[in-house]
Design a protein around this ligand. Structure first.
Ligand SMILES: [Zn+2]
Length: 345
């Protein structure tokens, strides 16, 4: 991949295998892809997972050889390649113009206007003439515009190939950053990411894809099982949030998406000096799902108190959570001292 440009069929096949593996570890089985591959290849701070687009990755890596070829013109490998493959500069410019200095007036720092206009199109001439000429008398060299060092890197090449000038997801970048930096295990961040991208397995998503005719919640049989219903409006979920003692009320919640809810809860916790409790919130969401699966697939009832306890257990297993818990305790408890009991009668 770093030397040859692969056929598009090969890069597509590689992408297909990566996508299958993401949605189902057993790539030999059929699986539902809840999000398009193009979404998964977005950077993590733009709502994707950061998978690489294979064709673009291939080009950006192979371009490194071209860059070396253009810069190490006297090296043995470059000379051999040029001789064997009869390589020439891929340009239509006249052979007597190789350097920027060939386009300036002799012993001057001014463009050779006549030569430029004779050689290039009107548009190209305008672009060239708009470039100021330096006075440093430095030797000509190739500069890659997209890195600070001016040297080509595969990373900058890939970024250039995949950048989307029309798209701007920067307003949510702090949200995506917060879920990838939760401080819990990666599976928990992945779970929250799936909630945020509505790629979680709920009945309404099955129905939307014509996989199931019904979307009714299998726990309460009262409403359609959407992500919102599953996490917040199902009776046992409401009880779980109530029992969590975090002050998060789901009764009359009014939000358009999971992302809106998460941002609101993060703000609420930050204002209450409980910023780190967002990890506990993530664990509660996660354990609500586990409790539902236990009931649906194993007919095992998990009461809301046990769900809250399991979430707290997960939360306290992380070192960073200890400070958060101590901050929640009443200020008198850490300083309480043992006192001599009153003497008996
Ligand atoms: Zn329900």
């Amino acid at each position: 991949m770093t030397i040859f440009v692969l056929p598009i069929s090969v890069t597509k096949k590689l992408e297909s295998l990566a996508s299958k593996f993401w949605w189902n570890e057993d790539v030999t089985k059929r699986s539902i892809h809840w999000l398009r591959w193009s979404k998964l290849t977005n950077p993590k701070l733009e709502g994707g997972i950061g998978f690489k687009r294979m064709a673009e990755l291939n080009l950006s890596l192979a371009a490194k050889q071209s860059w070396k070829l253009l810069n190490d013109t006297d090296s043995l490998w470059a000379t051999t390649l040029k001789e064997n493959f009869k390589l020439h500069h891929p340009t239509t410019r006249p052979e007597n113009i190789n350097l920027v200095a060939d386009l300036t007036l002799p012993n001057s720092s001014s463009w050779n206007l006549d030569l430029i206009q004779e050689t290039f199109s009107e548009e190209e001439s305008k672009l060239i003439l708009s470039i100021p000429i330096g006075h440093m008398n430095a030797a000509d060299s190739l500069i890659w515009h997209y890195t600070n060092s001016g040297i080509y890197s595969a990373k900058s090449g890939y970024k250039l190939l995949t950048s989307n000038p029309g798209g701007d997801n920067s307003h949510l970048s702090s949200f995506w950053k917060s879920i990838w930096n939760l401080g819990g295990p990666p599976k928990l961040s992945c779970f929250i990411w799936r909630c945020a991208t509505n790629s979680f397995v709920v009945q309404s998503n099955f129905q939307a894809r014509n996989i199931s005719a019904f979307a009714t919640c299998k726990v309460c049989n009262q409403e359609d099982e959407t992500l919102t219903h599953m996490l917040f409006h199902c009776p046992t979920s409401k009880q779980t949030w109530f029992a969590s003692n975090l002050g998060i009320i789901t009764q009359n919640m009014n939000f358009n998406s999971f992302i809106d809810w998460w941002i609101d809860v993060s703000d609420y916790l930050a204002n209450a000096s409980m910023k780190g409790q967002i990890l506990r919130v993530a664990y509660i969401c996660w354990n609500i799902c586990l409790a539902r699966y236990a009931l649906i697939f194993h007919q095992k009832v998990v009461d809301p108190i046990a769900t809250v306890r399991a979430a707290l257990q997960g939360f306290t297993s992380h070192p960073t959570s200890c400070n958060q818990l101590s901050a929640l305790r009443p200020s008198s408890s850490p300083t309480a001292k043992w006192l001599l009991p009153p003497s008996g009668r």
